[in-house]
Ligand binder design. Structure first.
Ligand code: FAD
Length: 376
């Protein structure tokens, strides 16, 4: 979010931008640890529109973020998302489908028998309905996208400094400068809080409560001799998701034992794979009975515990402070659209991006939740 916003501010609006990053290795950044998939199958129109705009950007990313004639490659593929439902989930799937079709999403509902015909490797006899994205959904190399934004931002004049932001100098309702742990002070006409899972303590320095917390999500990488022609990103009614990753597969599910704030990233629940995910994988794809766990990693969802949706726009009570945070598992795909729209807002110029109004942090004060039913 930070690198993308810096890129659009510098590239499109000629602004002088400084990005304050405490860890240029991005070791724990969500953007370095993401599953980096993009879908249109949301229940909230704003999420559909942001991902549609982002998809267009990702398709032409080589031109958009080229530096000195070098085009970045992010390996975007579009095999779709496949949401599976038992009878219990059928009504919700139909409801979301109607919303998605109204917003031009290329998505189809499939009965269990149609599903089996299309994906013979999938067990369908306990399913009632499925929703398949026919185009415009898939995955890409997220860290490559982040680095491409960073390089383009620098090429457009942005400065990245290695420091930890601690607080702010303010005057009335205006932020004047960012104060860093090393004693440096960065003067600013406008500031954007884009500190991911760690944004809340910074916002608290401005007396704004942002309900964003670090929620660990484990991702498991496995190999299987099974050949799954046309395999999309599959979301199983059990909570399991899986998709191809190169010649391997990756999968995950919500944590089994609650969702504490910021557990250590190396505390991966390997037993979850053995006891829960492998059985669920083998149930849905009989060919997965033979598989080998290869590796695993974990990252933090920057979870907006209020309503699981991004918070983007002006910080309530401040004339020149903004945020882009709390995207709760769909921030990688929305970064291009959100960052472009936010940069436009800050520059006072509207473009062709969707309005960020529905994601305004004002809804926290108004107690108006923007509930997304399709959270993975
Ligand atoms: C396992 C996993 C799977 C995911 N899958 C998907 C997916 O399939 N599709 C999708 O769209 N999204 C997905 N996401 C979510 C997505 O990765 C995030 O929404 C997105 O990366 C958030 O970007 P960000 O810039 O807000 O946060 P980050 O990438 O975490 O960046 C925040 C940066 O702020 C820095 N920082 C923090 N505090 C300070 C400070 N005080 N001073 C200076 N710097 C500071 C950090 O070092 C960090 O580099 C996934 C996330 C995870 C963890």
């Amino acid at each position: 979010m930070g690198a993308a916003t810096a890129c659009f501010l510098a590239r499109d609006h000629g602004m002088a931008v400084t990005v304050i990053e405490r860890d240029p290795s991005y070791r724990r950044a969500s953007s370095a640890l993401s599953a980096s998939s993009i879908r249109q199958q949301f229940s909230q129109p704003v999420n559909i529109e942001l991902s549609q705009w982002s998809l267009g950007f990702l398709r032409r990313v080589g031109d958009e973020l080229a530096v000195a004639g070098q085009q970045p490659a992010i390996g975007l593929v579009e095999p779709g998302y496949l949401y599976l439902a038992t009878t219990a989930g059928e009504a919700a799937l139909r409801h979301n489908h109607a919303t998605q079709r109204r917003h031009g999403v290329d998505v189809a509902l499939l009965t269990a028998s149609a599903l089996h015909q299309r994906f013979p490797w999938l067990r369908c006899d306990d399913l009632a309905l499925a929703s398949l994205g026919l185009s415009g959904e898939g995955w890409f190399d997220g860290p490559a996208l982040m680095q491409a934004f960073r390089r383009k931002a620098i090429d457009s004049g942005a400065r990245f400094v290695n420091a930890q932001a601690l607080g702010f100098d303010v005057q009335g309702a205006r932020v004047r400068a960012v104060r860093c742990a090393d004693g440096s002070v960065v003067a600013a006409d406008q500031v954007v809080l884009a500190a991911g899972a760690w944004v809340a303590p910074l916002a608290a320095q401005l007396q704004v409560h942002l309900p964003v917390a670090a929620r660990k999500r484990d991702v498991f990488v496995f190999d299987s001799p099974a050949t799954l022609a046309g395999c999309p990103l599959v979301i199983d009614p059990s909570g399991l998701w899986f998709r191809p990753e190169g010649r391997s597969f990756i999968c995950g599910a919500p944590p089994r034992h609650g969702d504490p704030d910021e557990p250590a990233l190396d505390a991966i629940d390997l037993a979850q794979f053995e006891e829960q995910l492998w059985p669920a994988l083998a149930h849905r794809v009989p060919g997965f009975e033979a598989l080998r766990l290869r590796s695993a990693w974990a990252g933090y969802y920057e979870m907006n515990t209020f309503d699981h949706n991004g918070l983007a726009g002006a910080l309530p009570g401040w004339d020149n402070a903004f945020t882009a945070c709390g995207f709760s598992g769909h921030g990688m795909q929305q970064a291009p659209a959100v960052a472009c729209a936010l940069a436009g807002l800050m520059a006072g110029r509207t473009g062709d991006t969707p309005s960020l109004e529905p994601l305004s942090p004002r809804r926290l004060l108004e107690g108006r939740a923007l509930l997304e039913r399709n959270v993975i």
